[in-house]
Design a protein around this ligand. Structure first.
Ligand code: IMP
Length: 199
């Protein structure tokens, strides 16, 4: 029983593998399908982009597919970088530096932000499930920690007293936006596993 996780982001793949391990299914990634071009992510919302990715990879491989579109929404920047989180600047370090510069001089209480993840699971033609998860925090004054990926070093996690990059991976994988979107998808994933085993 195979499930394709439709992402090339190594950080996401690591997290999805850990979160999905209890399902006991074989995970495939786009690396196994080098002939398939990347999905075009030109939607204006996380939902649109997650659906585009999931449909693209499901159509190309025929495998049950799980895709996520995620990003960081900063209140003081009207929700930016949002769906453009991966393209906000060329490298991870430049993205974090650009965000810190954009918030220069803004007091901690006005630096509220959230990670958002929309996960889409396609079991078969027309059989699509969409779930959303969020994780609240603030943009810290400087990068801290080396766990996780992306904006984690500058994201101060509400109620944990540290940045996302300072949390152990097991903790991030319980409280993150991705973990929450997948927790909401879990009944559908379990149902799919049961049905496939019976068949
Ligand atoms: P996507 O691959 O188009 O969904 O882009 C997601 C982008 O949002 C990533 O490249 C990161 O910049 C950011 N992002 C999403 N989830 C996380 C996370 O868990 N930690 C840090 N950054 C994240």
């Amino acid at each position: 029983m195979k499930l394709l996780i439709a992402t090339q982001n190594a950080g996401k793949i690591r997290e999805l593998e850990a979160i999905l391990a209890p399902l006991g299914v074989t995970l495939s990634t786009p690396e196994e399908f080098l002939e398939v071009p990347e999905a075009i992510e030109d939607g204006e919302t996380f939902e649109e982009n997650a659906l585009k990715k999931a449909r693209h990879w499901f159509m190309a491989t025929g495998l049950p597919t799980l895709a996520d579109d995620s990003g960081l929404m900063v209140d003081a920047l009207d929700g930016e970088p949002g769906v453009r989180s991966a393209r906000y600047a060329p490298t991870v370090e430049e993205r974090n530096a650009k965000l810190l510069a954009a918030l220069e001089g803004i007091l901690p209480e006005r630096r509220t932000a959230r990670f958002v993840c929309v996960a889409v699971f396609i079991r078969g033609h027309g059989d699509e499930v969409i779930r959303r998860g969020t994780c609240e925090g603030r943009i810290h004054s400087e990068p801290r920690g080396d766990g996780g990926f992306g904006y984690d070093p500058i994201f101060w996690v509400e109620g944990h007293g540290c940045t996302m990059a300072e949390l152990p991976a097991q903790v991030k994988n319980q409280i993150s936006h991705r973990a929450r979107a997948l927790a909401a998808l879990q009944p559908d994933l379990i149902e799919w596993v049961k049905t496939s085993r019976r068949g």
